[in-house]
Write a new protein. Structure first.
Length: 324
């Protein structure tokens, strides 16, 4: 008895009869994001490289840690343990770990900016847009996959690298202290690294939500401009801000742009204690987080609405844009 195997559709109409579920099973959004990672190694190479450089620098500086521990954590009286000296000492211990997370986050922010500026422009410049449009992947999926890099992938990379880097730093510090005969237990108990990692996670979420309009605006301009994407994305805004200042003697747009870059800190954190004294940003306790104030801020939601509008416009723009 003859059996038919490896059946192939006999006509284009037969091939079009494939149920829609077959396409969804291929997970086009997932593979589109994977494609961005394959084509843009800087997404993860740059944060890893800066983390490696910082770890090397920290490994050199940790040589002096035993002397620092003896000078700072060996008070002469119990009163000194309860004074500001111990608080300052805690900040001194936490400072390298905070700097590590901040540096990795800054590099990831810069990578996200330059990626967004080139995401849609690059495929038009090298004419690969013709190939990608020939695939059964919608413009919406393509734009969302590119937006997912600065909005989802890079924040996850920052958190993962920061946590691993800080843990390696603590193990290295404890090893040096044990070899030199003391202070390891003090470092382990006095340094609230788990609390600092939670603050880092919260800070990364806050930053990506606050900076979402910037990434999406650059993505939109990347799909529109034929050349000099950075200039088209930045110069018009600066020119309008300058004209506003000259014509009306106001700085509304300038303050808005500055607030969009750094304004999340005042909303997301209480940077003063109960007595109104500014706290050191190198160690922010969990009690100083203000998620309620941040997530109820109209500036946050207006920015997210603007980000969504930019993504919608980028999808429609890519549908009709041709190679450069």
């Amino acid at each position: 008895m003859n059996t038919q195997s490896n059946a192939v559709p006999g006509s284009p109409l037969d091939s079009q009869a494939i149920p829609p579920a077959a396409l969804s099973d291929t997970r086009p959004l997932y593979w589109s994001v994977q494609r961005e990672l394959w084509e843009n190694h800087s997404i993860y190479v740059a944060p890893l490289a800066i983390a490696a450089v910082y770890l090397l620098s920290f490994a050199v500086s940790v040589i002096w840690l035993p002397n620092t521990m003896r000078e700072v954590w060996m008070p002469h009286t119990m009163r000194e343990m309860a004074t500001l000296k111990v608080t300052d000492s805690l900040i001194g211990l936490a400072m390298p770990y905070t700097h590590a997370a901040m540096l990795v986050g800054l590099i990831a922010f810069l990578v996200g900016i330059f990626y967004s500026l080139d995401a849609l422009h690059g495929e038009r410049r090298d004419r690969s847009i013709l190939f990608w449009k020939s695939l059964p992947v919608s413009d919406r999926t393509t734009v969302l996959s590119k937006a997912a890099i600065p909005l989802v992938v890079l924040p996850l990379i920052v958190v993962a690298i920061s946590v691993v880097l800080q843990q390696i730093m603590r193990v290295l510090s404890i090893t040096v202290l044990v070899v030199n005969g003391g202070g390891a237990a003090t470092l382990w108990t006095r340094l609230p690294l788990s609390e600092m990692e939670l603050v880092t996670l919260y800070g990364v979420v806050v930053m990506v939500l606050w900076h979402a309009p910037i990434y999406c605006w650059f993505l939109l301009v990347s799909g529109w401009a034929r050349r000099a994407v950075f200039l088209w994305a930045v110069v018009p805004l600066l020119a309008i801000a300058a004209m506003e200042n000259i014509a009306f003697h106001t700085l509304f747009l300038g303050h808005t742009l500055h607030g969009r870059l750094l304004g999340f800190t005042e909303l997301a954190f209480d940077l003063k204690d109960k007595n109104g004294v500014p706290i050191d940003a190198h160690f922010i306790p969990l009690t100083q987080l203000a998620p309620g104030r941040f997530f109820s801020s109209p500036s946050l939601w207006l920015g997210l609405v603007f980000a969504v509008a930019c993504l919608v416009a980028a999808v429609r723009l890519r549908r009709y844009r041709e190679p450069i």
